[in-house]
Design a protein around this ligand. Structure first.
Ligand SMILES: O=C(O)CCC(=O)C(=O)O
Length: 262
């Protein structure tokens, strides 16, 4: 087995190890994002007749806001978009993102789960600072999420905020099993990750982070796929689609492309 990285530079890997996140700007091309947005639009508009395991959450527009025509039903969240079509299967098994996660988490990589988190106009995030770990315990904390941004997502528009290096302190105390009190997070040390369309941010399962609010009239959309090392054994009873699907072994990618394969 070689320690050579598949796609990341050693500086990128080092940044992730030290900070617990990695912002990959312009990871997907404009053409790829056009296609992704087309499929995404279909996903949030055609909400009926989907596999039973897929679920949608809708948000009521707060006073003064209206749904964005791109997401007219105000879909705020989904689980298991990975089951929607061959395109969505290929989206989480995409060779470059699997290579990133293999570089970050090790040569034996599995899928964990896939979800959508949107911030419709007027969205207020009630989740606050948290680690993903209490939501998805494993035998070891070798998991990371890849957040793919479908829109420019800045402060005031629901940007993700991370606390660099917070993963190095292990599990943080919480108020209610999940939420970390604001007082525990040193003021001014959070990094608001201003994301562009097609950016991906990888976030370690122990990094303290939160989603922002969206005060703008335009919805922000993101796909969050999570990956884990094969050695991390599920302890929370993961029933999500494709949970544990092997994606790489000994640094070799396993998945074929499915969409448009025939
Ligand atoms: O939506 C975001 O910006 C962050 C997502 C998040 O905090 C989470 O899913 O745990």
């Amino acid at each position: 087995m070689s320690d050579a990285l598949l796609i990341l530079s050693s500086e990128q890997k080092e940044f992730f190890v030290e900070n617990g996140y990695l912002h990959l700007k312009g990871f997907y091309s404009a053409a790829e994002m056009d296609q992704m947005r087309r499929h995404f639009h279909e996903l949030v508009c055609a909400t009926e007749g989907r596999p039973k395991n897929m679920s949608y959450a809708f948000m009521e527009s707060p006073p003064g806001y209206q749904p964005d025509p791109f997401n007219p039903k105000n879909v705020v969240g989904m689980m298991d978009q990975t089951q929607a079509s061959d395109y969505w299967f290929d989206q989480f098994t995409e060779p470059r993102i699997v290579s990133v996660m293999t570089d970050l988490l090790g040569p034996d990589l599995d899928f964990h789960n896939g979800k959508i988190r949107n911030k419709p106009p007027g969205f207020v995030c009630t989740q606050s600072w948290h680690q993903d770990w209490p939501y998805e315990r494993h035998s070891r904390p070798d998991l990371a999420a890849a957040i793919t941004y479908l829109d420019p997502t800045d402060f005031e528009a629901g940007a993700t905020e991370v606390l660099p290096g917070s993963h190095l302190r292990g599990e943080w105390p919480t108020k209610d099993k999940f939420t970390i009190a604001d007082e525990l997070v040193p003021a001014g040390q959070g990094v608001v990750a201003k994301a562009g369309i097609g950016d991906v941010i990888a976030i370690h399962v122990l990094v303290v982070h939160r989603a922002g609010h969206n005060y703008t009239p335009r919805a922000r959309h993101a796909i969050i796929n999570e990956y884990k090392s094969a050695a991390a054994v599920d302890q929370w009873n993961n029933r999500c689609a494709f949970a544990g699907l092997p994606l790489a072994r000994r640094g070799k990618l396993l998945m074929p492309r499915v969409h448009n394969a025939v």
